[in-house]
Structures are given as C-alpha cells and as structure tokens.
Design a protein around this ligand. Structure first.
Ligand code: HAM
Length: 423
C-alpha cells in the first residue's frame, strides 16, 4: 500500500460535526455585523508581497518571518495573506470607494496564513472574521466596534470576556515613547532575547509583545505609552472609554498592549477569553485604529478602524459539544420492500426540490435499521412507506419526539411536512 498523504503542518481539516459549529458561529457574525451596517467584502487570498511589507511593516514578526511568500511564473513576488486589513485597504483604494460614500463598512471571513509555531489555538492556516470601517475618525466608531464584538461573544454564551484597551497615539507620540522606551531598555540589553536586542534598534515597540519570558518580565516596569500621548490622542482615548461606559462594556486599560502590526494609530484593543480550551492562546479578538495606512499605501488620507477574530479560537470557547449545533433532517423516509424503496427515492427527490430537508436510505436494509439511522441523524419525523401503504396511496408520519403516528395521503405528504416544518 502506498503511504498516506497528510495535510501540511498547522493546516487543519474541519469535519462534521465540528463544521456545524463553524457555520453557527459564522452565521451569528454575519447576522450581527449586518445589523451594524457592515457589508461583506471578498478579496484575493494572495496579494503582492509589497502590500504586506508596506502595510503591516517590515520590522514585524509577520513580515520578517511568518509569511508564505513565493514567486509566480513571471517572478512577481506574491504572498498568501497573513491578515485582511491590508487587502481591504488596497481594495478600498483601488476601487476609489472614497469617491462613492463618506463612510464604508466592510466585513469578511476567510483563511489567513502565517508560518507560526503550532500549538492549540495557533495554526499556520487559520480563519478570521473581521470588520473594517473607512472614513470615520470619531472615537464612537472604535467603541461601537468593541461593543459589537462584545455582544457577539456574549450572545453566544462565551463567559468572562476581558476587554483590554490602550492607545498607541500619533506618529509623534510614538516617537516620544520610542525614545523613552529605548532609554529604559538600553541598560538591560543583555537580558533581552536575541530578537529583542535587534528590535531595540529597528522597532522597540515590538519588545512589548515579545513572548520570551525574560523579555516579558523586563517590560513589566517599562514606561507607559499613555504618558507619551499628546492632547489629541488623550482626548480620543478618553472619549472611546466614555462611549464604552455608555454602551455598558466592562473594560480595562493595559498600556503594554501595542499589538504586533505597525499600522496602528490611537486606539488598540484586544478581547481575551477565559476558556481552558484556549491553552495559552487566549486572545479572541485584536483590532484598532489605523489612520495612516491608506496614505501609506498610496491612497488619500482616510481614517479607519477595525478588528479581526480567530474562528478556531471562537470555536474552542463556544459552550456545548459540536453535535448540539448539528440539525438533523426534517424527515427520514423509511421504505419497506423493493418497490417502496424505489418510490421513496422519487418522493425524496420531489420533497427536496420543494425545499424540505429529507433523508432517504439507498441501501437495502430493514425497517429497524432505518429507524435507528433516523434516530442517529436526529430526524424529527420518520415517514414509513410499505408496498401495501403505497398501493393504498397512504404513508405514515411518525413524530420521533412525541412517539405518535399519523396516516396521511401520499398526495398530501408535502403539505403535511411543510406544516410540521413551520409548526
Ligand atoms: P491579529 O491580532 O494578528 O490582528 O489577529 C486577530 C486574531 O486572529 C487574533 O486575536 C486571533 O484570534 C487570530 N489569530 C491570529 N493569528 C492566529 C494563528 N496563527 N492561529 C489562529 N488564530 C490566529 C489582525 O490580523 C488585524 N488584521 C486585525 C485588525 C483588523 N486590525 C484592524 N483591523
């Protein structure tokens, strides 16, 4: 026998019944985000490498070491998207959406790719749902997005959410902070990991989100970025917090949350989950404002804010087992006898085309086995067809919960099932 082929490391199959939980979650996102005025956008999975280098920042972990980059057949450098914000900004500029409307609100869902060290909740192909709002500079938009995301997890029964907010200010604020941080880090250079020693010179803010324990310990005493904020940034941050209070969203401030992407300005936020299933990857959501990104990508100056959440982590936090999210067929057609089975197949075809979810047995198995299968699939009704019943133009509908049986004329079956589907 030849050897089996496995999926690439860190890239997973989503199989039933788990896929039912995914659909449930994605539908909840869609339904909620649309209520807030976000419309779906779909962009390519692959983009020009330069988009991410310029958008996310050359000196970030993602761009330095996590991208799946390859030359196409014409030697153009392409990259499997590690995130969607840069792609959305590119599409917004390319299609000159700013000429059509003052504020644009998009949401998306799809696979992202990062060459990361695999662990529970961290994969190389993972799925995000995210939103981006272009054109609005108001702090109420930042707060509204946080509140929307909080509502999503709350309504799905995910308990103990920890909403963490911070501000990384304007470019000038960050420059001031960078200097303060480098002054703090310089005497401790030897205690930093090799990457962070380099980061002190290239991108000192990235030291704050280093995962190495010695670096984490060191930055506990680092100066707070909030002390470097100018008046405008301070006022924006205060307003975001005031709106969060208005929306009744419990939250806390953590000046060390600076996020791993370079495009952020002003507000940044994360929502952490408490489920043990998450392992060490408790960040469910990450987002923030990126008022300079569009200009950096050659577009007009446009304020923007957004967030993305990891679907795998959301699934790990959802209460209940995957089977509970699986909905069985409305009816299972159980046939008794060869002629009845042929008729059952034709009836199933008609009912399915008429819009009903019907299961039918193709194999030659007895009634008892068919009832067992109907039960396993969670069918609400079993319709029994025997040769005798068919000769009389009648079938029996059995309610699997109430354990009651009703005889109906075959010609009335569609109506009877539709009535039960809506009842
Ligand atoms: P991010 O923090 O890199 O932000 O990712 C957002 C979320 O995606 C994380 O909180 C996590 O739930 C999930 N995630 C990230 N990496 C992985 C991974 N390797 N495996 C599983 N899940 C993962 C962004 O991507 C920004 N584009 C968010 C944003 C949108 N900011 C503004 N607009």
């Amino acid at each position: 026998m030849s050897s089996i082929i496995k999926s690439p490391r860190g890239m997973n199959d989503v199989l039933p019944p788990d896929s039912a939980k995914w659909l449930y979650f994605e539908n909840a996102c869609r339904s909620l985000f649309e209520r807030f005025g976000y419309l779906e956008v779909r962009t390519p999975v692959v983009e020009a490498t330069e988009l991410f280098a310029r958008g996310i920042g050359e000196a970030t972990d993602i761009v330095e070491k996590e991208m799946y980059t390859f030359p196409d057949r014409k030697e153009r450098s392409l990259t499997m998207r590690p995130e969607m914000t840069a792609g959305c900004a590119r599409a917004y500029i390319e299609h000159a959406i700013y000429k059509r409307e003052p504020v644009t609100r998009w949401f998306y869902t799809g696979p992202m790719f990062r060459y990361e060290r695999m662990q529970t909740g961290r994969y190389r192909q993972f799925y995000q749902v995210g939103v981006e709002a272009f054109g609005a500079a108001e702090p109420s938009v930042d707060a509204e997005q946080i509140a929307m995301c909080y509502a999503l997890y709350s309504q799905l029964g995910v308990a103990d959410l920890d909403v963490v907010v911070n501000s990384v200010g304007t470019g000038d604020d960050r420059q001031r902070y960078r200097e303060a941080l480098v002054t703090f880090l310089a005497p401790h250079r030897e205690e930093l990991c090799e990457d962070c020693r380099r980061r002190v010179d290239t991108n000192p803010l990235r030291v704050l989100d280093c995962k190495v324990p010695s670096c984490k310990l060191l930055v506990v005493d680092a100066p707070s970025i909030l002390e470097s904020l100018g008046e405008t940034s301070r006022a924006h941050f205060d307003a975001v917090r005031r709106h969060l209070d208005g929306f009744e969203i419990p939250h806390r401030v953590d000046p060390r949350v600076v996020r791993g992407l370079d495009y952020y300005t002003a507000t940044v936020f994360e929502i952490l989950g408490a489920s043990d299933n998450l392992g060490s990857q408790s960040t469910l959501v990450g987002g923030g404002r990126y008022d300079n990104l569009l200009e950096r990508l050659g577009g007009p100056a446009t304020p923007a804010v957004g967030f993305a959440l990891g679907i795998e982590r959301a699934i790990l936090s959802l209460p209940g087992a995957p089977e509970e999210y699986l909905h069985g067929p409305l009816a299972y057609l159980a046939a008794h006898g060869a002629a009845a089975r042929e008729r059952a197949l034709a009836i199933a075809q008609r009912l399915r085309v008429a819009g009903l979810r019907i299961e039918v047995e193709h194999r030659d198995v007895g009634l008892k086995a068919q009832f067992k299968r109907a039960d396993k699939l969670g069918a609400r009704y079993v319709v029994t067809l025997g040769d005798d019943e068919l000769a009389a133009g009648e079938v029996k509908i059995r309610d699997m919960n109430r354990r009651q049986e009703t005889a109906v004329k075959l010609r009335d079956l569609e109506g009877a099932l539709k009535q039960r589907a809506h009842g």
